[in-house]
Design a protein around this ligand. Structure first.
Ligand SMILES: Cc1cc2nc3c(=O)[nH]c(=O)nc-3n(C[C@H](O)[C@H](O)[C@H](O)COP(=O)(O)O)c2cc1C
Length: 365
């Protein structure tokens, strides 16, 4: 097709770099990388604002019209040029507008979306073959030449808090029993609920939760995927931490979908509930216009997940957390745009199976 009079513009979500001696162009909104030549940079530079292929043909008069058209077509196909009024152009403009202060570093967020599916369990031999040929890095660091000061031995753990800490572990097998709604309510309240408010003379009313949050911005949101919750229809729900209530988004949730959300990890389908953790970036961007604050958003999610693991352990449940996610599918189902709000992490839980825990490698040292 000849692009002719179609108005086109260079995608804003674009990075250009050299790798292994090749010039590469990546559209991080689409996650597409292509190799190109220096002249590609000139063409993309020309399309800084809306222009047509006809205008490009006049501008690059040293090239035949056929060759300019073919280049333009390839750039459209690969997402380096976007068509005016297309869904792609709108997404591109929205991303660059909302993330302007955190780009280009923030492109990392988009480039690392959508974990590759692990469709089947790997054998031990396959795992070994995949690993680097060099030995694994040392698990402990010892400072050579530093004076060593032995620390006092701890008394055996005798508090509820220490017992919870000592018993936290990742479960991937669950009882078939349903999770009571009251338990879900307790988890949501203790992990994501508002515990109170702080007053800042500059920032006004700020939220306080059981997990810390950089600048008390609390960018984290949580969505419950109820699979087997007694007293709640299977579905997707948004948790409102201020009102401690659920808002139904979708009246269906299947074990197969849970597995899909967790990038085909089979154990996810046996969980009773998933907690899909997202962030509304602008809450943090508003105060911190520098991209380093993206780290803070991720660290916040980590804090929430640890609080979740401890609360679930305290409740005698079987918790897990996973970063291997089908981000785009989750975002579509949660009806969030993946730009202003995006999924970061998932935690899940089931009732514990009534089997003796054979793992006893937790030491009190
Ligand atoms: C950030 C993060 C991401 C994780 N992602 C996965 C995952 O994708 N799949 C999984 O089975 N476990 C995942 N885990 C769980 C770890 O594999 C687990 O914590 C580790 O094996 C140690 O076991 P423990 O939690 O019982 O101490 C993740 C843990 C963390 C902290």
């Amino acid at each position: 097709m000849t692009p002719g009079g179609l108005e086109l513009r260079r995608a804003r979500s674009l990075l250009v770099y050299w790798q292994d001696g090749e010039l590469r162009f990546v559209n991080f909104a689409r996650g597409v990388t292509v190799s190109g030549r220096l002249v590609t940079c000139n063409v993309l530079d020309f399309f800084n604002e809306w222009k047509t292929a006809n205008q490009a043909a006049s501008h690059f008069a040293g090239y035949s019209r056929k060759s300019v058209n073919s280049t333009v077509n390839q750039l459209i196909e690969r997402g380096l040029l976007v068509r005016k009024n297309s869904a792609e152009a709108r997404f591109d403009a929205e991303l660059s507008r909302r993330w302007s202060s955190w780009l280009p570093e923030g492109s990392f967020h988009f480039l690392t979306k959508d974990a590759r599916y692990v469709r089947r369990t790997r054998t031990l031999a396959e795992w070994r073959a995949m690993l680097p040929k060099r030995p694994a890095p040392n698990k402990f660091k010892s400072v050579t030449g530093a004076k060593k000061i032995p620390l006092p031995k701890l008394a055996p753990a005798d508090s509820e808090f220490v017992n919870v800490l000592m018993n936290r572990k990742t479960y991937r097998k669950f009882s078939k029993r349903d999770l009571p709604l009251a338990t879900v309510s307790q988890i949501l309240s203790l992990v994501w609920g508002v515990r109170g408010y702080l007053h800042s003379p500059v920032f006004g009313r700020l939220i306080h939760k059981t997990s810390p949050s950089g600048g008390a911005r609390h960018p984290g949101e949580v969505y419950l995927m109820a699979l087997r919750v007694n007293g709640l229809k299977p579905g997707l729900y948004h948790y409102h931490p201020g009102r401690h209530e659920l808002e139904m988004i979708r009246a269906s949730a299947t074990p197969q979908k849970a597995k899909l959300y967790c990038a085909y990890q089979s154990y996810a389908k046996d969980a009773a509930a998933l907690f899909l953790m997202t962030a509304i970036f602008d809450r943090t961007m508003w105060k911190y216009p520098k991209s380093r604050a993206y780290r803070v958003v991720l660290l916040d999610a980590g804090h929430l997940a640890q609080t979740f693991c401890l609360v679930a352990t305290w409740l005698g449940l079987a918790p897990f957390c996973t970063a291997a996610l089908s981000d785009s599918l989750i975002e579509k189902d949660l009806k969030i745009d993946g730009i202003s709000e995006s999924v970061l992490y998932a935690a899940g839980v089931g009732m514990r199976r009534q089997v003796r825990d054979r793992r006893s490698n937790i030491r009190n040292n």
